[in-house]
Design a protein. Structure first.
Length: 253
């Protein structure tokens, strides 16, 4: 494997090795984008396992699990699309088709999770929809851990992987938390969307928390406020500026 130490790359003979089999030092330490990606994928796997169990009983625990999973998926994918994939396109000759393949999977995830959000465990089609969504998510993880990240390790030094990791971490902290399939999956439109959509998404997350804390007592008022914020997000998504950079393969205008 093309392991790199400090600013110097060493050894290029062995083929790329999946990130799933690598130790933390091999991934470049905790702050390397490779380790940060892997940690999120492990968390995602845990949430999918829990959702496959809680779907049998449904109720608030299942809903909470799917909500945590959706928040993780969208903030994680946003950081990939604004930081990791542009870095891959700069570093790898095959970076464009490789990242476009993953962005197309992200587009499918956005659409599936948006539908999943509107269904409940009582719905006869819910489990099938959930499992289909998880299959696309698992395929996405494999494309990243088996192809994109090992190739990035071959081309970048550990110092560079950590610099990408730091930017990735910062973007993930302030990323939108919900599906926005109409917005470009690539900068600059994708990055420009962050500020208005993050504010609106996180306001909706707070309303959801308030609903849980008040045990549904303020549900009608909160639902009205949530619908207004959702409409505002829908209007923001359609600003032409936020489509700049999108590719035909992931366009949902
Ligand atoms: Fe991804
Ligand atoms: Fe990922």
């Amino acid at each position: 494997m093309g392991a790199a130490a400090g600013g110097i790359r060493v050894g290029m003979s062995a083929p790329p090795r999946t990130v799933a089999d690598q130790s933390l030092p091999e991934m470049g330490g905790r702050l390397s984008v490779v380790a940060l990606q892997r940690a999120d994928h492990v968390r995602l796997d845990g949430l999918m396992t829990r959702a496959r169990t809680t779907v049998r009983t449904g109720g608030p625990e299942h809903a909470r699990t799917l909500r945590s999973l959706a928040r993780l998926v969208f903030t994680h994918a946003f950081a990939e699309e604004s930081v990791l994939f542009p870095a891959a396109r700069r570093a790898l000759p095959e970076g464009d088709p490789l990242s476009l393949h993953i962005e197309t999977a992200h587009q499918r995830v956005d659409e599936l999770v948006a539908r999943l959000d509107g269904s409940s465990a009582d719905d006869p089609a819910h489990e099938e929809l959930m499992l289909r969504t998880f299959a696309v998510l698992e395929e996405d993880v494999r494309s990243e851990e088996d192809a994109l990240l090992p190739r990035l390790q071959e081309e970048l030094t550990v110092r560079q992987l950590r610099a990408v990791g730091l930017a990735w971490l910062l973007v993930r902290l302030v990323a939108p938390t919900r599906a926005h399939p109409v917005v470009s999956r690539r900068p600059p439109g994708q990055v420009l969307s962050a500020l208005p959509l993050t504010v609106l998404d996180r306001a909706r997350d707070n309303l959801q928390r308030l609903d849980e804390v008040s045990r549904g007592r303020a549900a009608p008022v909160l639902a009205r406020a949530d619908r207004a914020l959702a409409r505002a997000a829908g209007a923001v998504e359609r600003f032409p500026l936020l489509r700049v950079g999108e590719r035909a393969e992931t366009s949902r205008g």
